[in-house]
Write a protein that binds this ligand. Structure first.
Ligand SMILES: [Zn+2]
Length: 65
């Protein structure tokens, strides 16, 4: 999966450690709140793409910058 360039390891780790149910949109890079850590393909409120994943999901994708 192609990730938005603004999503990097530091940002994902910060989101995971924040422990406040934060997700990120892989399409536009927007923060998403109230997202379960294992959420996948939720709709993004910013761009409408079904590309919001929970922060922990990004750790498993393995292709973070
Ligand atoms: Zn988006």
């Amino acid at each position: 999966m192609k990730l938005h360039p603004s999503i990097d390891a530091a940002r994902v780790i910060q989101a995971v450690e924040g422990d406040d149910c934060m997700g990120l949109c892989a399409a536009c890079g927007a923060d998403a709140y109230g997202v379960e850590p294992d959420a996948r393909k939720y709709e993004c409120e910013e761009c409408g793409a079904h590309a919001v994943y929970g922060a922990e999901e990004y750790l498993f994708m393995g292709d973070l910058a």
